[in-house]
Ligand binder design. Structure first.
Ligand SMILES: Cc1cc2nc3c(=O)[nH]c(=O)nc-3n(C[C@H](O)[C@H](O)[C@H](O)COP(=O)(O)O)c2cc1C
Length: 174
């Protein structure tokens, strides 16, 4: 069962040289988390292992973004993006993350691998209002239509900017 955690406004910042690393099986259950993940999430290792990665999901994350993540990695591609995560104590931390599929020697998918680092503040200044709009649209659309609605909104924003999701995200962080 997922813990019910009351989010607070306490933010923890990653250092410039810190990387949060985790691995999951093909269904998104955590099989490895490095010490930085354990320290920043406030969960103990045994509380993370075997759990769905949504154990650190923050309610401020639009569902449409996770839909993009899974669509890309299940198609064998990589996902780059900005994510706010919830700590066990209710606090939060923002990350810039890269998620990739992992294969064994015979080319069989064995799971997914993610490396996260400190996001640029200027990038978050642009991302936060977009996520806020996506969340609002998801709320209005209702559970069934939430993802379609927020992805349509994101597509409109990207179209206005004349860019693709990947190009937009990578330009923000670099
Ligand atoms: C390797 C990997 C790393 C992930 N890292 C995170 C993460 O840091 N935070 C998060 O909220 N979801 C992460 N996810 C996505 C979760 O599996 C899940 O889709 C997301 O939390 C939404 O959960 P929900 O569908 O229960 O709302 C990750 C998935 C994979 C495969």
């Amino acid at each position: 069962m997922k813990l019910r955690i009351q989010p607070t406004d306490r933010e923890t910042l990653l250092s410039d040289d810190e990387f949060i690393i985790s691995k999951t099986d093909t269904r998104g259950r955590i099989t490895y988390g490095n010490k930085v993940l354990i320290d920043i999430s406030c969960f103990q290792e045994h509380e993370l292992l075997g759990k769905q990665h949504n154990i650190v999901r923050h309610p401020d994350m639009p569902r449409g973004i996770f839909h993009i993540l899974w669509e890309l990695i299940e198609a064998g591609k990589e996902y780059n993006g900005f994510v706010i995560n919830l700590r066990k104590d209710g606090g939060f931390y923002w990350i810039y993350t890269n998620v990739t599929p992992s294969y064994d020697a015979s080319g069989q998918l064995i799971g997914y691998y993610s490396v996260r680092r400190k996001p640029k503040r200027e990038a978050l200044d642009i991302i936060k209002p977009i996520y806020k709009q996506m969340l609002e649209v998801e709320r209005q659309a209702g559970a069934k239509q939430a993802i379609t609605a927020s992805r349509a909104l994101l597509n409109d924003i990207l179209k206005d900017k004349g860019t693709s999701y990947d190009e937009f995200i990578c330009t923000l962080q670099h």
